[in-house]
Design a protein around this ligand. Structure first.
Ligand code: ASP
Ligand code: MG
Length: 300
């Protein structure tokens, strides 16, 4: 039901996103889908991947892309300043995520990275993005939104910024859904233990310069990102602590050792989740013509 309206809205979201990032001086890269390395995704508490997809080709093991984070850092090491990718990702989530409403095992994120940026730069960029996008959609897609009986919430700026510690105090350990239902506008959740590449506070153990954006009205996680660690010593320690296979990361580690990785910040947000939020849908799978819902058999 309503595929035409939903996909029409998603298509407009894609057009708007490409224009927005291009107009801000970002270079659009084409996606990479197979590589010896990809985002390891752990120990992000939001990830439940049961395995990383892998194929063997010409004697080499290549992984299906879980996110292009490492490629984003490498791209910046090659002299690019601001990049984005419409990046298809495969994340083989646990079947228990079938009914979460927000998980797909194949989805596309708009993934971006900025040289020399700080968290606050990402906050500003994305807050402007959401507020302009919503104004644009109210103008261009009012007919479709009416058919979907969706009244878009007001994007009042700035979005609230909360430390995850505060969220846990207020809403408990599993704060995401409760907080998402409580807030009327998106909010930032700052600092949580995630992957090795997110920047740890060198002065305070257990603190991170990273963030999620959470949609209101119970729609949950929208975006994840952070400032990045780029120094060889720090990265090596974290790669060891996270028990990652150093051999796989050889190329990346070599760049770090040569001082080629740069301080950057970035994030990625799922296109299907954004479309779900805009359309006010119960499950993100409703956005896909070819459904990729964890634990559900794929028909086509
Ligand atoms: N794209 C995210 C980032 O930039 C990582 C992710 O996909 O979760 O940190
Ligand atoms: Mg995340």
């Amino acid at each position: 039901m309503h595929e035409k309206e939903i996909l029409g809205i998603e298509s407009e979201i894609l057009r708007f996103g490409v224009d927005y990032f291009q107009d801000k001086g970002f270079t659009q890269l084409l996606p990479v889908m197979l590589s010896p390395i990809t985002d390891p995704l752990g120990p992000d508490p939001n990830s439940s991947v049961i395995k990383t997809g892998e194929i063997e080709y010409c004697g080499q093991k290549l992984q299906l892309m879980q996110s292009m984070i490492l490629h984003k850092q490498i791209a910046i090491s090659k002299g690019l300043d601001k990049i984005f990718i419409l990046s298809p990702n495969i994340r083989l989530e646990h079947p228990k995520r079938m009914k979460s409403g927000k998980h797909l095992f194949e989805f596309t994120q708009l993934d971006f990275e900025i040289k020399d940026a700080k968290m606050t730069d990402v906050f500003e960029l994305m807050e402007e993005y959401y507020s302009k996008l919503f104004i644009h959609l109210k103008k261009t897609k009012s007919k479709e939104l009416k058919i979907l009986k969706r009244v878009l919430p007001e994007m009042k700026l700035p979005f609230p910024k909360l430390h995850t510690r505060e969220l846990i105090e207020k809403f408990g350990e599993y704060w995401e859904l409760k907080a998402s239902k409580y807030y009327k506008i998106p909010f930032w959740a700052i600092s949580h233990k995630r992957e090795f590449y997110d920047k740890s506070d060198p002065k305070k153990s257990g603190e991170y310069f990273n963030y999620d954006l959470v949609y209101p009205e119970g729609f949950g996680e929208a975006l994840s990102g952070g400032e990045r660690d780029h120094e060889y010593k720090i990265l090596m320690k974290k790669i060891k602590d996270h028990k990652l296979d150093q051999k796989k990361y050889e190329y990346y580690i070599k760049l770090a050792k040569a001082g080629k990785l740069k301080p950057t910040a970035g994030a990625g947000f799922g296109i299907e989740r954004l479309t779900r939020f805009v359309c006010g849908l119960k499950h993100v799978g409703e956005v896909q013509l070819f459904k990729r819902i964890p634990g559900k058999r794929v028909e086509v």
